[in-house]
Design a protein around this ligand. Structure first.
Ligand code: ADP
Ligand code: MG
Length: 691
C-alpha cells in the first residue's frame, strides 16, 4: 500500500498548474504520467548564464554580458531591424530587434545606460549580435538572471522551459522523507539528503553538476539502485516461501555421471551441488547457471533432470532454436537410454498424428524429459507432473515465454542457462532476484584458440591458408556479420561470400542463415557436423550452442562490428577438439584506438568473465551494450557503467537490510519501504523478471 506521504508525488502530472489536456500527453511522453516523473526527470544539459565579457562572445552560445548602450541604430529601410550598439571594455556587441523595435527602446535603454543582457549570440556578417535578448535588466540587477539553468530533453510542442517550470512545481510538492540510506554510509560519501539532491538536480550550480559523478546525482542513483535491489531481494525471498517438490539426489544420476567419458570439473560439480541443494530444499528453485561457451552446462542440467526423473517427475529442456534442441536431444539420448529414461523431442516440426502421440505420451507421464523449442509451451501441451524447467540460452526467450513453460507445472523449479558471461555488476542488475551458479572453469584438454586480427585487404591470404587446412581435413566457420539495415542485403553478402569460397576452395562450402527454412538449416548443420561440409558460411545465426568438435577454424568478417562478448562466444565454437584451433578477426582498417584495444583483449584473454568486464570498461556512455533491449532496467538516475560500484554496494545493502529486518518494520525498514514505493519497482519489474 502506498504511504500517504507519497500521494502528492503520485498525483497525475495534469494536476500541476498549466498542464491542460493539450500538453498533458506531451508531458507524459517527455517524463511520465505522474508528478513524480517530472520530479525525477534529469536535465540533459544546461545553459550557463554566468556573466562574461564581449570578447568572449561565441556564436551559437547563450551568454550574459554587462554592457553600456552606445548607440541606437534605427532601421535604414522600412521593416528593417532596430539595432542597438553596446560595448564593454573588451569590445562591441549588437542587440537586434526584428520585431517590436522602435524609439521606445531608446527611452527604456538610453545611451550611456548600463544593462545586464542575456541571450543567444549569433554571428551576423562580421559582427556578433543578440537578437531579442532573453533578459535585459539594469546592470545592478545582473544577479536576477539565473546563472545556470537546467535544460530538458524536449518533445515537439513542449519547450525545455515548460519542463523546467513543471519540474520546479513537482519539487515544491516533494515532501521531506525519512532517510533510507545508512547514516554512516551517507556521511562517508558526504552525500546530501534526498530532497536537497533533487533541488540540486533541477537547479544546478555549476556545469559539473550535470555529471554522473556529481554527489547529488550519485545519491539519487544509489537510491534508485537500492530500491531496485530491494525489490529483487524481496522477490527472491518471496519465491523461497513458495513450496515446490523436494527432489533428492539419487543413485540414478550418480550412475549416469559414472558413465560419462570424462569427469566433471570442479566448477561443474559445485554448480551441480548448488542446484541439488535447491531441489532438495522444498522451496522453488530460481537459479541461473552462467558459464562460458563450452564450459559444460548441458551435462550439469542433464544430471539435475535425472534426479527429477528418479523422483518420478518430469523435466523440460527448452532451447531457442530447432538446431540446438535437436543437438541436445542427440547428446542426451544415449546416456538417458542407458538408464532407462524416456526422452522426447518436441519442436515446431511435429505436426498431425505424430505430434498428437507425443502430447499424449507427455500427459500420460510416459516421458521423463522433454527437449524442445517454443513448441513446448504451446497451450495444448500438458505435462503429467512437470517439476523442472531448464531454459537454455535463456536471454533468447521473453519473460512471458519462460513463464509459460514454468506454468506447465504446479510449482516448477527453474534453471536458466546463459552462455554469455557478464560482469558481476550486470549480473546483479539483471538477475538480482535469481541465485547464480558460475561455471568459471573449462573442461581440461582444450587447446587455447590462437587469435589474430587481420585487415580485410589480406583476406586472400587467409583463404589460401583455409584451403590448405581444409584439404588436410580441417573444418571452419566463416561468419558474415549483420551490418545492413536489411537482412536481405546481409543475406546477399553471405551468399556472395559462400560463392567466392566455393570457387576457391571447392563444393564443400555450405551456407546457413536466419531466413532459411528450419529443415534446410538442419540439413546444412548436420552435413557440417558429419564433415560433409568443410566450411560453413553463416550469418551470426550460427547458434551459440552448436557443438562441432572437429571445427578448428573461425573466421569473422568485420570483427570490429561485434561486441567483445559476442566475438568471444563465436570463437568458443572452435577449440573443442584435439586439433590446434585458430580464430581470425578480419577488420576494415583503419581501426580506432578503442577498436584496437578491444581486439587486443580478445587476443590475450580466453576468460569470458574477464573479457566481459573489460568490454564494459571500454564502452562509453549511452547504451552501447544494447542493455535496454536485453531487459536492462530503464534507470532514471543510475548508469550501469559510471555507477557500477554503487550497484554492488546497493546489492549488499539490500541483503543486509532484509537480513536484519525481514518484515521492514524497524525505523530504517519503514523508510526503505517508502523508497520502494517511490520507485515502484515491484510493478515495473516484469521487465527484468527471469523467473
Ligand atoms: P555449454 O556450456 O556451452 O553448453 P556444452 O554443455 O555443450 O557446453 O559442453 C561442451 C562440450 O564439452 C561437450 O562436448 C561436452 O560433452 C564436453 N564436456 C562437458 N563437460 C566436460 C568435462 N568435465 N570434461 C570434458 N568434456 C566435457
Ligand atoms: Mg549449451
Amino acid at each position: 500500500m502506498r504511504p500517504e506521504i507519497l500521494f502528492p508525488l503520485f498525483a497525475p502530472a495534469s494536476s500541476l498548474k498549466g498542464v491542460g489536456p493539450k500538453i498533458a500527453p506531451l508531458v507524459e511522453k517527455a517524463a511520465g504520467p505522474r508528478v513524480r516523473d517530472l520530479l525525477f526527470l534529469c536535465p540533459q544539459g544546461l545553459i550557463d548564464r554566468r556573466p562574461t565579457t564581449a570578447n568572449m562572445a561565441q556564436d551559437g552560445q547563450v551568454q550574459t554580458f554587462v554592457l553600456r548602450i552606445d548607440a541606437h541604430l534605427a532601421p535604414s529601410r522600412r521593416g528593417g531591424p532596430w539595432r542597438v550598439r553596446t560595448l564593454d571594455e573588451t569590445g562591441f556587441l549588437f542587440l537586434t530587434w526584428f520585431k517590436g523595435g522602435g524609439p521606445h527602446l531608446e527611452e527604456q535603454h538610453p545611451v550611456g545606460a548600463a544593462r545586464a543582457v542575456s541571450g543567444k549570440v549569433e554571428r551576423f556578417g562580421s559582427e556578433l549580435q543578440i537578437a531579442h535578448p532573453d533578459f535585459m535588466l539594469d546592470a545592478g540587477r545582473v544577479d536576477d538572471i539565473p546563472r545556470i539553468e537546467a535544460v530538458y530533453g524536449t518533445t515537439a510542442g513542449l519547450p525545455s522551459r515548460t519542463l523546467r517550470r513543471l519540474a520546479g512545481e513537482a519539487l515544491n510538492r516533494a515532501p521531506d522523507l525519512p532517510e533510507w540510506q545508512d547514516p554512516a554510509w551517507l556521511a562517508k560519501r558526504k552525500w546530501m539528503g534526498w530532497r536537497e539532491a533533487l533541488v540540486r538536480l533541477h537547479d544546478p550550480k555549476t556545469p559539473t553538476d550535470l555529471e554522473l559523478d556529481a554527489p547529488h546525482r550519485m545519491r539519487l542513483a544509489y537510491d534508485e539502485l537500492l530500491a531496485h535491489q530491494m525489490a529483487m531481494a524481496q522477490r527472491k525471498a518471496a519465491r523461497r516461501r513458495d513450496p515446490a517438490p523436494a527432489i533428492g539426489a539419487g543413485a540414478l544420476s550418480d550412475a549416469m555421471e559414472a558413465a560419462l567419458p570424462f569427469v566433471l570439473t570442479h566448477a561443474q560439480r559445485r554448480s551441480l551441488s548448488e542446484i541439488r541443494g535447491d531441489l532438495m530444499g522444498g522451496e522453488r528453485m530460481s537459479r541461473l547457471l552462467q558459464g562460458d561457451v563450452g564450459s559444460g552446462k548441458t551435462v550439469v542440467a542433464m544430471l539435475a533432470m535425472a534426479d527429477v526423473a528418479a523422483a518420478g517427475r518430469q523435466s523440460a529442456l527448452m532451447a531457442p532454436t530447432e538446431i540446438l534442441a535437436r543437438q541436445h536431444y542427440e547428446t542426451l539420448k544415449a546416456p538417458l537410454d542407458a538408464q532407462g529414461l524416456n526422452l522426447m523431442l518436441l519442436t515446431g516440426r511435429d505436426k498431425g498424428p505424430g505430434r498428437a502421440e507425443k502430447l499424449r505420451a507427455l500427459i500420460a507421464g510416459e516421458v521423463d524429459i522433454a527437449v524442445g523449442t517454443h513448441a513446448l509451451f504451446q497451450d495444448d501441451v500438458h505435462f503429467a507432473h512437470l517439476a523442472l524447467a531448464v531454459i537454455d540460452e535463456q536471454h533468447r526467450f521473453g519473460v512471458a515465454e519462460r513463464r509459460r513453460l514454468q506454468d506447465k507445472g504446479p510449482a516448477t523449479h527453474l534453471l536458466a542457462m546463459s552462455a554469455t558471461p557478464i560482469p558481476r555488476t550486470l549480473e546483479l542488475t539483471l538477475y538480482g532476484d535469481l541465485d547464480v551458479s558460475r561455471i568459471d572453469e573449462k573442461p581440461p584438454g582444450r587447446t587455447p584458440v590462437a587469435t589474430r586480427a587481420v585487415p580485410t585487404p589480406r583476406m586472400g591470404e587467409i583463404v589460401q591458408r583455409l584451403k590448405t587446412a581444409v584439404s588436410a581435413g580441417a573444418q571452419a566457420f566463416w561468419i558474415c556479420p549483420l551490418v545492413a539495415e536489411s537482412e536481405l542485403i546481409d543475406l546477399a553478402a553471405a551468399e556472395a561470400r559462400a560463392e567466392d569460397l566455393r570457387k576457391l576452395i571447392g563444393p564443400s562450402v555450405g551456407l546457413v542463415h536466419g531466413q532459411m527454412p528450419a529443415a534446410e538449416k538442419d540439413a546444412v548443420m548436420t552435413a557440417f557436423t558429419e564433415g560433409r561440409v568443410s566450411v560453413l558460411v553463416a550469418t551470426t545465426v550460427v547458434e551459440v550452442g552448436v557443438n562441432v568438435p572437429n571445427a578448428s577454424i573461425m573466421v569473422i568478417e568485420q570483427a570490429e562490428r561485434f561486441g567483445l562478448a559476442q566475438l568471444h562466444q563465436l570463437r568458443g565454437r572452435v577449440g573443442r577438439g584435439a586439433r590446434e584451433s585458430s580464430c581470425v578477426l578480419l577488420y576494415d582498417p583503419p581501426l580506432s584506438k578503442n577498436g584496437e584495444a578491444r581486439l587486443d583483449i580478445l587476443r590475450k584473454s580466453d576468460d569470458g568473465f574477464a573479457i566481459a568486464e573489460r568490454d564494459l570498461e571500454l564502452r562509453g556512455g549511452g547504451d552501447p551494450l544494447g542493455l535496454k533491449q536485453s531487459g536492462f532496467p530503464a534507470y532514471r538516475f543510475a548508469d550501469p557503467i559510471a555507477h557500477r560500484e554503487l550497484i554492488i554496494a546497493a546489492a549488499d545493502d539490500a541483503r543486509l537490510i532484509l537480513a536484519r529486518d525481514p518484515s521492514l518494520t524497524g525505523q530504517r525498514g519503514l523508510a526503505v519501504r517508502i523508497l520502494g514505493e517511490l520507485f515502484d519497482w515491484q510493478a515495473a519489474m516484469g521487465l527484468t523478471d527471469a523467473g
